[in-house]
Structure formats: C-alpha cells, structure tokens
Design a protein around this ligand. Structure first.
Ligand SMILES: Nc1ncnc2c1ncn2[C@@H]1O[C@H](COP(=O)(O)OP(=O)(O)OP(=O)(O)O)[C@@H](O)[C@H]1O
Length: 302
C-alpha cells in the first residue's frame, strides 16, 4: 500500500531545549484513518504540526505524499486539509462569507453551500461566526479543512466541544471520506472515537510512541480484570494462589489473560467456601485500560 505519511525518528525541540517529540517512527497508508492518542502534553499537536509543514523537525525526516511538508510546502499544501484546534476566524463575518474567503485561497474549492451541507451547517450560512456555538465552530473548522477535496486530512481533536450527536455525525463524515480514499490522521482524547474510527492508532507519552497497532492489537496485549469485595471475615490470602490477586483491604482486583478460566476458578472457590463476592465485576481488556496503564507507568509494549 502507498505510504502517504511517513515519519522516521522525528524529533522536535522548542527554544530552551525542551524536546517535546523524542524520536517517532510511524507511517500511514493511503485511505487509512490513523489516530494519535496520548496524555495531555504527550506531544500530539507538536507532531501533527510537523506533518502539516508548520514547523521543521529538529531531527529525523517527515514525508507527506512523498514530499517534505516544510521545505516543499508548495507541493504539499494544496493536497492536504488541516483542521487546527483553534480556527481563529474573524468573528464579524458570516459563516458563508468565511467559507467564501477561505475558498478564495484554495485551489479547486468546493462550492460554499456544499461544504456547509457536508458538515451539517447548511442552515447557518447567514449567521455571524461569533454567534455560533462551540460545536458549530468546530464544524466550520471542518468545512474549511474539506474545501479543497484534500487527499490527506489532519484533524486535531475534531470532536472536542461537540455533543454526542455532533460527534457521531463527524465520525460518519470521516468514515465517508475514508471510503472515498481520503487518508485521515487525527488526534483525540476520546478513546471511543479512536476505537470506532481508527484503522490503526498510536498512544504517545512524553514525546514517544509507547504502543501502536490496530485497536484490537493494542487491547489484546492488556490483561482482563476481575474486581469484587470480600466479606470482613475472609482475608484475601485465602483466595487460590493461582488467581494472583491484589487486595486493598476487602477490595480485590485480579488481572488475567485468561478471563474465562480465572472467573470460573473464582466462582468455584466462592461456591465451595460459601463466600459471597460483593460487587463482582469482570471485564475484558479495553483501550481505556491500555491508555490508563500507559499514563500511569509507560511500561506497555505491543
Ligand atoms: N511553543 C512551545 N514552546 C515550548 N514548549 C511547548 C510549546 N508548545 C508545546 N510545548 C510543550 O511540548 C509538550 C507537548 O505539547 P503538545 O501540545 O504537542 O502536546 P499534546 O499531546 O498535543 O497535548 P494536549 O493533549 O494537551 O493537547 C508539552 O510539554 C508542551 O508544554
């Protein structure tokens, strides 16, 4: 498959010497949706800005559509769409005026009405930007990013500030774009968004990728979890050794890669010993678990 985005040992240092991106290597193929996840300050925006050609990496190489997006900006910019975290449009222009102004700087722009319909803002064309809600402003950002029929779309937290319906509309739109062959790189704080939208994802922490793969690959490496509360009279030491439980007082957590076997053993033990497991909760590994583990101790690998 054609690699549309390639990052090889990419680094980014800010003045003062702080290295926010410390050697990232990843690639995105044509027609793929790739999500960059990470804790606050992990370096997602710093990375995306390098891919968009807004800054020069302090080390490594970046290629977008086969070009260096910084030094060959003229070759790359017309073929990509960028939705930044803060659009910053003139507040007094109407929505339609804003789109037309932007279209004036875009080669082969879609008609303003079509761009607004695509993001569900068709009925808001005459409204001033300052009167839009936060979610509507995000949709306007998205309409502008889509204006030039981009081959590669960069979305920095596209659904932040959107209500549940708006978020789902945005997901639907991203899927349609992907099905039409657009390559999408997005950053997000919503794990559900990454899980449902992304073909592949990477979780960043402190400037590096800690784990990457399909959502299924990333979660498959994580253990499942069983939690319950023991009666006062039953110490956790009485649990079968094979269940390797971690207990805080009466609260017990078992981590296991064989959920069915461990749960079966636990329930059998509980029945045989007549112990009632209060608040019993068993759940498979999730992307959220992987993310929280990384945020806590960064020791996860695929
Ligand atoms: N212009 C700058 N000068 C110095 N340090 C910066 C600058 N911009 C970002 N940083 C630092 O670089 C690190 C990465 O920031 P970045 O915005 O890339 O993270 P992020 O993963 O996008 O975070 P968030 O999820 O909070 O948006 C942070 O520690 C941040 O303080």
């Amino acid at each position: 498959m054609t690699k549309v985005i390639e990052a090889e040992d990419v680094r980014r240092s800010y003045s003062g010497g702080f290295e926010a991106v410390t050697g990232l290597t990843f690639s995105v193929s044509r027609g793929e949706v790739f999500a960059l996840l990470g804790t606050n300050g992990a370096g997602k925006t710093s990375t995306v800005e390098l891919l968009e050609g807004l800054a020069r990496p302090s080390g490594g190489t970046v290629r977008v559509l086969g070009h260096d997006p910084y030094t060959e900006r003229a070759a790359v910019r017309p073929r990509i769409g960028v939705m930044l975290q803060e659009g910053g449009f003139p507040a007094d222009l109407t929505v339609a005026e804003t789109v037309r102004m932007w279209a004036g700087c875009t080669t082969g722009a879609r008609p303003a009405g079509e761009a607004l319909e695509t993001v569900g803002l068709g009925g808001r064309a005459g409204v001033r930007v300052k009167q839009l809600s936060g979610g509507e402003k995000r949709r306007l950002d998205l309409a502008l990013a889509l204006l030039g029929h981009p081959e590669v779309l960069f979305l920095d937290e596209p659904s932040t500030g959107l209500d549940a319906e708006g978020r789902r509309d945005t997901w639907e739109l991203v899927r349609r774009l992907r099905d039409g062959g657009t390559t999408v790189l997005l950053t997000t704080h919503y794990l559900e968004e990454a899980e449902t939208l992304a073909d592949r994802l990477a979780i960043m922490h402190r400037g590096r990728i800690v784990t990457a793969g399909t959502p299924a690959e990333v979660t498959a490496a994580r253990p499942s979890r069983i939690r319950f509360v023991l009666p006062e009279a039953v110490p956790a030491a009485r649990l079968p050794l094979s269940l390797r439980a971690a207990a805080t007082g009466r609260h017990v957590e078992i981590r296991t890669h064989a959920l069915q076997d461990s749960l079966g053993e636990l329930l059998l033990w509980a029945r045989e010993t007549g112990v009632r497991l209060e608040g019993l909760d068993a759940r498979s590994a999730s992307l959220e678990e992987a993310f929280l583990d990384i945020a806590r101790n960064e020791t996860v690998g695929v």
